[in-house]
Design a protein around this ligand. Structure first.
Ligand code: HEM
Length: 149
């Protein structure tokens, strides 16, 4: 069934029935995270933690945070199998040249883990989501060979 998912500004994320991913188990996980409203709040709380972390906040100094939260909402929702299409840049493109280290990547994912703990997920489900996000490490972190000595 085609479903239109809208953010607070009414922008449709899923425009056609082909955008809808029929994955029952994943959709119910999306629903248990509170659907569109729940993931929107999850992303907001997650970035509150990231921006309150003095090691990470400088990365976001010149970033349009509303757009970033919107993109991250789409990305997480799509990663959870929700009927949402991610419309942003590739994860590699969005992070290239930002000199993000492995330590910063782990801190970022740690804040996500803490945020997910606030939701009714089993430990296994939470770890599965974190594994899915950790799989992007190579696209986010500056290649080791290019790190300063
Ligand atoms: C797997 C982990 C991560 C995921 C899935 C992720 C996801 C995203 C997404 C979806 C965007 C929006 C892209 C767009 O606007 O087209 C973005 C942008 C950004 N991310 Fe990440 N991110 C991750 C890790 C990190 C880390 C560790 C940092 C820094 C410590 C970071 C810093 C940024 C910044 C500064 C932007 C803004 C780029 C811009 O607007 O030009 N990200 N990220």
């Amino acid at each position: 069934m085609a479903q239109s998912v809208r953010n607070s500004e009414g922008t449709p994320f899923a425009r056609t029935s082909s955008d809808v991913i029929a994955a029952d188990s994943q959709t119910s996980q999306f629903e248990r995270l509170g659907g569109v409203a729940g993931i929107t709040r999850l992303v907001a709380r997650f970035y509150d933690k990231v921006l309150a972390d003095p090691a990470l906040s400088p990365y976001f100094a010149d970033v349009a945070l509303d757009k970033l939260r919107r993109m991250q909402f789409e990305f997480f929702s799509a990663a959870l199998g929700a009927p949402v299409r991610y419309s942003g840049r590739s994860i590699m493109q969005a992070h290239s040249g930002r000199r993000i280290t492995g330590e910063h990547f782990r801190a970022f994912v740690g804040h996500l883990d803490e945020t997910l703990k606030e939701h009714a997920l089993s430990d296994g489900e939470r770890k599965a989501i974190i594994d899915r996000i950790n799989a992007y490490a190579d696209d986010v972190v500056k290649p080791v060979a290019a790190l300063d000595p």
